[in-house]
Each structure stands twice: as structure tokens, then as C-alpha cells.
Write a protein that binds this ligand. Structure first.
Ligand SMILES: O=C(O)c1ccccc1NCC(=O)[C@H](O)[C@H](O)COP(=O)(O)O
Length: 212
């Protein structure tokens, strides 16, 4: 089966169309206000109306409150909720029950113990292993930083998982071959500047991921 591809941090209809044309399966709408990829609920509503039907829309959140989630899920017509903060398994369960959507938990990785935290999130629908950003970093994700993929060797948790962190058109094929990831995710790796998606890079990323 082909790898699944999530392009994260979309903010224009042209780039969502480019994702669909290139073979991506998922796009991410970023609902974290400090991010250069942030979209308001108004923007998300417009974008979702123009998103090709074959793309699944994942909302990216960092420690969201219920009201904000409610507004964003509705505006973005989301297909899944990605939690990228310090949410715990109980919060994850509560969010899934409330919205009836698959919930993705991001595990920020620097050490093998970080990978083992997957055991705490057996109730997630999907796990995304991403790089732990340094203390004091502006953002908990989307910084183009990779981690040591060998930390995933031997990981055999039951929850489906994907790989993020510093992936770009030049390294994504190697990442898939090295880790066996069945979903790859990129934000800054397909941009010309923070928050500005580059359609050629989106096409190159998808081509490389689909032919690892
Ligand atoms: O992209 C952001 O700005 C962001 C901010 C805060 C939390 C999460 C964020 N991105 C979530 C993603 O899923 C990114 O695609 C992932 O972190 C990989 O980013 P990158 O290393 O830039 O490819």
C-alpha cells in the first residue's frame, strides 16, 4: 500500500489543490495562534469549502479548550483532531467522545523513553512521532527539525503511527525506507518561507514519498 502523506499548515485553496494533485492524502489546518501557519476559524471555513473531497482535513491543536475545539472542528469540517501539546490520555478520550472524530496524538521525540510514551496512548487513533523542539523554542512543531529515526527501531505498538519532523523532498524517501512509516508529515519542508507553501516542493515531496 502507498504511504499516506500529510501536508501540514495549509492556508490557501491553491495549495490545497496542489496537495490533491500531487497525491497527498491529508492536509493540516493549524489552529495554534503563535504559528506562522495559523488559520482563523473564518479562514478554515473558507478553505474547507474549497478543499478537494479526497483530502482528509486534520486540525492541529496545542492544549485546546473545549470551546475553541468546538468552533474549529465545525469551521474546518475536520476529519481528525491532532493534539500537539501536553494533552493526557484522559483528555484524549474526552475529546474523542465529544466530537466523534479520530484523535491523533503527537509524541515529541528526543530519546527512546519518548517513544515508549506511546504505551500511555493506546487509546489514540493514530500516533505521530515528531521531533521534540528545544526548551524555549517558539513552537512545539513545524520547525523543520529532525530526530534520530533509529529510536523507532523495534517499535511495535498496536496504534497506527506516522513520522514527522524535518522531512523534505530530499530525505522523505530515506525516512520511509529507514523507519517503515506508513504516513509522513511535513510543514516547513515544503515551504519557501515560514507559512508560505511552495507548490513545486509539495509535488516533489509527494513524488519522493510515493516512490521511496
Ligand atoms: O507547523 C506548525 O507551525 C506547528 C506549530 C505548533 C504545533 C504543531 C505544528 N505543526 C504540526 C505538524 O504536524 C508539522 O507538520 C510537524 O511538526 C512537522 O513540521 P516540520 O518539521 O516543519 O516538517
Amino acid at each position: 500500500m502507498s504511504v499516506q502523506i500529510k501536508i501540514c499548515g495549509l492556508s490557501t485553496p491553491e495549495t490545497t489543490a496542489a496537495c490533491a494533485d500531487a497525491g497527498a492524502t491529508h492536509i493540516g489546518f493549524n489552529f495554534y495562534p503563535p504559528s506562522p501557519r495559523f488559520v482563523s476559524t473564518h479562514q478554515a471555513e473558507k478553505l474547507s469549502q474549497n478543499t478537494p473531497a479526497k483530502l482528509l482535513k486534520v486540525g492541529v491543536f496545542v492544549n485546546p479548550d473545549d470551546e475553541f475545539l468546538e468552533e474549529s472542528v465545525a469551521a474546518g469540517q475536520l476529519d481528525a483532531i491532532q493534539l500537539h501539546g501536553k494533552e493526557d490520555p484522559l483528555q484524549l478520550e474526552a475529546i474523542r467522545s465529544r466530537f466523534g472524530l479520530p484523535v491523533w496524538k503527537v509524541l515529541s521525540v528526543e530519546t527512546v523513553e519518548d517513544v515508549a510514551r506511546a504505551n500511555d496512548f493506546a487509546n489514540a487513533d493514530f500516533l505521530l512521532f515528531d521531533t521534540k523542539t528545544p526548551n524555549g523554542a517558539a513552537l512545539p512543531g513545524g520547525m523543520g527539525l529532525g530526530f534520530d529515526w533509529s529510536l523507532l527501531e523495534g517499535y511495535d505498538g498496536a496504534v497506527p503511527w506516522g513520522l514527522a519532523g524535518g522531512l523534505n523532498p530530499d530525505n522523505v524517501a530515506d525516512a520511509i525506507r529507514s523507519t517503515g512509516a506508513t504516513l509522513v508529515d511535513t510543514a516547513s519542508g515544503v515551504e519557501s518561507a515560514p507559512g508560505i507553501k511552495d507548490m513545486d516542493k509539495i509535488a516533489a515531496f509527494c513524488k519522493a514519498a510515493l516512490n521511496p
